[in-house]
Design a binder for this molecule. Structure first.
Ligand code: G6P
Length: 745
């Protein structure tokens, strides 16, 4: 409830309470006044007529009635009566109420003849026609008691007066309430105007001293929001053109150099000749469209069996095949280098270190040595590719923690943007790596170190704080070492929009039919899909167990629901990956044995590399997609599923431990360890009305289309440009000539 409304309600309640109390107090007081008044009047009347009454007392009715009638001429007096000392009624006016006879009154008077009450006694009584006031006044003459004169007053006029008082009070309450409300609102308006005038004055620079730091913050915030809004409004949606123009206008660059271990195109020898493969890698999914938009060079490990023969003498190949908009520079590694740097330190050390998936990292000194050497090799390759002194270099992922510093040493003016595609864990966890300082120091060679989430940024800053000599500028989220500064920023990665693979794909209906046909499923079969590298961080075992839970807890899906897992074998030289491979297969068999029958298998495990068109066909064919990562920096499968569903149908079931769960809040978010919950979520997805599916999907599609990978890259480039500008200004300011001038020499 708005504050003003709450205040007004309180004010009105207060006024009502005061009016109520006032009304009760007022009626009680006026009652007392009226009673005292009647008592006085009765006494006055009897005293005034006393000589007449006394004279005629002995004559009884005849002698007294005329005088009593005179008394009742006052319209408020209902009747009067004269009573003898022993309670006989001597005379009474015609309308005297019989209820208050002489004996009735004498019985209430008591025996004490000397008391004040014995002289004037009054009471208020209720009659069917209304309230009356009865008074009994002693009549004496020449020191001798004669009896009592009774007067009965009609009190209905008193009730009329009370009603009038009540009405006046109610009217006063209304007038007061209205007045108070109007005054409050006018006062609040005025106060707001004064406040905004003050704020505007403050923001325009005319600020009292003590208020300055706060005003500085507010001003910076306002400026940032305004410039962001302007920038967004001016630039329109993020797409390849906008990214390109950001690169040229903000960084005066035409090309970028990407350093990433995985290459976007792998040439493989097959029995049918050389084939180009697109690797299963979130990093490649995100960066390849950026590269196509920007042009430049992608430096990567040449890992394909036909890579050498398809590259030129300088290990370059133009890609994408047929389009050739940028260069792929391949770096050749010996088997020992690959084992130590890639399989060893990167994937048995850093990968399990950074993912909380309960796998122990293995740190071998010889792996580390390879890691250092290979980082240098790649850094050298990058430096060979640059054609200016201040190139823009995008270093990618945990394979190259040392390369940023190595490049910086050779190219001090380079803009190095490093993005860590996997989670960055707590300082405590990072602390178990024997080379934690070297890794952090290596990363701090970057102009910007990017992570998917603010939490990962905080963890990184915490690690710097714990293990390094540096100054942390918490306000700017920057690490300062000497004259160098590295910004630490969250940039949630995304995918291209629209996804170019969809251009060639048939309609959702056709994809549904072809996939069901391919798998031998009935046309009306319900289908879930999971797409991953076979990696223990992806929670594939938990996912299959959740399917088991679904069938146990929701029998109506037995025989109708099939979960199709596309699993690309990955890093199979590592024992842990091979073991996972076997466990997943055994689990699928076990679940199929439990629930399958005839042609029906609840789990279809397709263990092979699948090219993007197949992957997208499966996304389009399924009722649901379950992403069950136990820990994942972002997870682009979730975003790809959303992009694939231009029919606005299909439900995403998503692990809460992915970065994507922060962006795709309309997914059914689950804890992948809670098998029952995940099974229930899949059941809910299968039962979800189309209308609800559409609402959720539309909202997620809006999110992914707006926050696409061009925006991700664009924001990093804009921040880098800003940093570069600042460094140039501070470089000029600290130039020897300026210093000399300042010192007057
Ligand atoms: C993750 C990493 C990427 C990597 C991908 C595939 O997404 O962050 O750097 O490319 O996994 O792994 P692979 O080892 O096959 O390149």
């Amino acid at each position: 409830m708005p504050r003003l409304l709450r205040f007004l309600l309180l004010l009105l309640c207060g006024l009502a309470l005061i009016t109520g109390i006032g009304y009760v107090a007022l009626t009680r007081t006026t009652h007392r006044w009226f009673e005292a008044d009647l008592r006085g009047r009765s006494l006055l009347v009897v005293t005034a007529t006393k000589p007449l009454l006394a004279r005629n007392w002995a004559r009884g009715h005849e002698g007294l009635v005329a005088t009593l009638d005179d008394i009742t001429r006052d319209e408020r007096v209902m009747g009067t009566a004269a009573c003898s000392l022993d309670g006989e009624r001597l005379a009474a006016t015609a309308a005297y109420p019989l209820d208050f006879g002489c004996r009735w009154v004498l019985a209430r008077l008591g025996d004490d003849e000397d008391s004040a009450e014995a002289n004037v006694w009054t009471t208020t009584e209720e009659l069917p026609g209304g309230r009356v006031h009865v008074s009994a006044i002693r009549l004496a003459s020449e020191g001798k008691d004669l009896g009592r004169v009774l007067l009965v007053h009609d009190l209905s006029y008193l009730e009329r007066r009370e009603a009038t008082t009540r009405n006046i009070l109610l009217a006063a309450f209304f007038v007061l309430s209205l007045g108070a409300s109007v005054i409050t609102m006018v006062a609040e308006r005025l106060a707001f105007r004064v406040w905004t005038r003050e704020l505007r004055r403050a923001l325009s620079g005319d600020v009292p001293r003590g208020f300055k730091p706060l005003v500085g913050d507010v001003r910076a915030l306002v400026e940032r929001l305004a410039s962001e809004r302007d920038r967004e409004a001016r630039g329109g949606a993020w797409n390849p053109e906008r990214l390109r123009s950001t690169l040229t206008s903000h960084l005066e660059g035409e090309r970028v150099i990407i350093l990433a271990n995985r290459e976007p195109y792998i040439h493989e020898k097959t029995p049918d000749g050389v084939k180009v493969l697109h690797p299963a890698s979130g990093l490649v999914t995100a960066l390849e469209p950026v590269m196509r938009a920007c042009s430049g060079v992608w430096v990567a490990h040449g890992s394909g069996s036909a890579d050498k023969e398809t590259a030129d003498a300088r290990a370059h190949v133009k890609v994408p095949p047929g389009e050739e908009s940028y260069s792929l520079r391949r770096v050749w590694l010996s088997e020992a280098e690959e084992n130590g740097y890639y399989y060893g330190f990167s994937n048995e050390g850093l990968w399990p270190l950074c993912h909380v998936a309960h796998a122990r990292p293995v740190f071998r000194a010889e792996d580390w040595e390879h890691y250092v050497r290979v980082n240098r090799k790649f850094a050298d390759a990058v430096c060979e590719e640059v054609d200016t002194e201040d190139p823009i270099i995008l270093v990618q992922d945990y394979h190259f923690a040392l390369a940023p510093r190595m490049i910086r040493e050779r190219l001090p003016r380079a803009t190095i943007l490093t993005f860590w595609h996997i989670p960055w864990p707590s300082a405590e966890r990072i602390g178990i790596c024997p080379w934690r300082e070297e890794i952090i120091q290596g990363l701090l060679g970057s102009s910007i170190v990017g992570f998917h989430t603010q939490q990962h940024c905080n963890n990184f800053i915490e690690a710097v704080d714990t293990f390094m000599e540096s100054r942390i500028d918490r306000e700017a989220n920057a690490i300062v070492q000497g004259s160098r500064r590295s910004l630490v920023r969250p940039y949630p990665i995304s995918i291209e929009w629209p996804v170019h693979w969809l251009e060639e794909l048939p309609s959702v209906g056709a994809c549904r039919r072809s996939v069901r046909e391919e798998l031998g499923l009935p046309e009306d079969a319900l289908m879930g899909v999971g797409i991953d590298r076979l990696d223990y961080t992806k929670g594939i075992e938990e996912r299959l167990q959740a399917v088991d839970a679904l069938l146990t807890r929701h029998p109506e899906f037995r025989g109708r629901f099939t979960f199709v897992q596309l699993a690309a074998p990955s890093r199979t030289k590592i024992a842990r990956y091979r073991e996972l491979n076997d466990r997943v297969e055994a689990l699928a068999d076990e679940i199929n044995a439990r629930w399958g029958g005839g042609a029906y298998r609840p789990i279809v495990l397709l263990r092979a590399h699948h090219e993007p068109p197949t992957v997208f066909r499966y996304y389009r064919a399924a009722e649901l997609c379950y992403v069950s990562s136990l820990h994942d920096g972002m997870n682009l499968v979730a975003k790809e599923f959303v992009a694939a569903r231009d029919d606005e149908n299909g439900v995403l079931v998503l692990s809460q431990f992915t970065g994507a769960a922060r962006d795709l809040t309309e997914a059914l978010i689950v804890n992948p360890y809670d098998l029952g919950q995940a099974g229930d979520a899949m059941a809910a997805a299968l039962r979800m009305p189309e209308e609800e599916q559409r609402e959720r999907m539309l909202s997620m599609r809006r999110m992914v289309s707006e926050f696409n990978v061009y925006r991700w890259a664009g924001r990093m480039l804009v921040d880098a440009a800003e940093l570069r500008r600042r460094e140039r200004v501070s470089g000029r300011l600290s130039a020897p000539a300026v210093l000399a001038r300042a010192m007057g020499t």
